[in-house]
Design a protein around this ligand. Structure first.
Ligand code: 5MM
Length: 347
């Protein structure tokens, strides 16, 4: 393991107030998002959408790393340049999702275990040879009556740690993503209890597997009341609960924390991240930033809908969300930013 290289890569991914852009939707998930806005589920449409994203002018001002999917890492722009080259030339670190999906956990109805460890070393070596410098693995934790079970938490934390150790052996920075789902009617307090259990188990397993904390990034969900909870806590309460839990459970040595958005509205995800950075600025031992997919992409996808004439307008929307999130990562975002037209050079 080259520890210097891992630490440098992790720093570069999150440097200068930047965050990560997740565009690693598997083909079924990408097709699902396309279907919702009337786009054909073809390889050509997925390639076109991903080209639109990575060629957005000014993307590298807010985005330090992009997470690709297996299909995407081999794709090229219309002018023939490989996606990996376009990103690398822009100074954006290339990442790749390497889990093979969350499957039913045997004997535990309603719970999932993320698979993909078999043959992972060789797959990681292949992605590194293609130019990837970090990887991502998502574990899914559901809340509900009697959920999550200790079995689900332990199995997923163990898999995350084994994945992370393999990444570091190959020289890739692992992004460790234990997602506690928003679905359900649980309170913010209950989410805090469950998130604490999950985070403590994840870091216990990472310790057991000798994972270098300075060479990894945590990608957690924000701590939120369930979507169906009758009481929806305000932005500052969410920010305080989330950061307090992270300060208690995440070692200071970790390079950074980059949240998933999990289905929150784009503006709310930005406002909550901003509140965390604004309220805890001087007390955070790690970079606290974003690794959003939907909360960066959705507005642009709603505009594009597969129409070539809408590419520039969609890129403007994407750049706007990326800019707002960079401001939130610095604690400088305000709702007034949503009304600012963001000019794109050459548009
Ligand atoms: C939770 O999902 C991750 C973050 O996305 P959001 O910000 O939209 O919540 C995301 O990176 C996710 O892992 C990918 O979209 C891949 O998901 P699938 O379901 O295709 O594996």
């Amino acid at each position: 393991m080259n520890t210097h290289e891992l630490v440098d890569t992790a720093r570069q991914m999150l440097a200068n107030g930047k965050g990560l852009l997740a565009m690693d939707e598997s083909t079924p998930t990408c097709n699902e998002r396309f279907a919702a806005v009337g786009i054909e589920p073809t390889e050509a449409a997925r390639r076109g959408w991903r080209e639109l994203i990575i060629t957005t002018p000014g993307l590298a001002e807010s985005i330090g790393g992009v997470i690709l999917y297996d299909e995407t890492i081999y794709q090229r722009c219309t002018d023939g340049r490989p996606f990996v080259q376009v990103l690398t030339d822009a100074g954006i670190v290339v990442g790749i999702k390497v889990d093979t999906g969350a499957k039913a956990l045997a004997g535990h109805n309603g719970e999932k275990i993320t698979e993909g460890l078999d043959g992972l070393r060789e797959r990681l070596q292949g992605y590194a040879a293609l130019g990837a410098r970090f990887a991502k693995w998502r574990a899914v934790i559901s809340m509900g009556a009697g959920l999550p079970s200790p079995a689900c938490i332990t199995a997923n934390a163990h898999a995350l740690a084994r994945y992370a150790a393999l990444c570091q052996e190959v020289g890739l920075v692992p992004v460790v993503e234990p997602e506690v789902l928003m679905s359900g009617d649980h309170s913010l307090q209950r989410c805090a209890e469950v998130s604490a259990l999950v985070l403590h188990e994840v870091f216990e397993q990472l310790h057991v597997q000798d994972v270098l904390l300075e060479g990894m990034v945590l990608k957690p969900s924000m701590l939120l009341p369930g979507l169906n909870c009758s009481h929806q806590d305000n932005i500052d309460e969410v920010a305080d609960t989330t950061v307090t839990a992270l300060l208690r459970a995440v070692p200071a040595a970790v390079a950074g924390i980059a949240f998933l958005s999990g289905g929150q509205s784009a503006e709310l995800a930005t406002a909550r991240l901003n509140a965390m950075n604004r309220r805890f600025k001087s007390r955070l031992p790690w970079a606290l930033t974003f690794s959003f997919a939907r909360a960066i992409q959705q507005a642009a996808l709603d505009i594009w809908r597969g129409e070539p004439g809408k590419v520039k307008q969609a890129q403007r929307a994407l750049q706007h969300r990326a800019t707002c999130n960079r401001a939130a990562r610095l604690g400088d975002y305000s709702a007034a930013m949503e009304n600012l037209a963001i000019p794109i050079s050459g548009v």
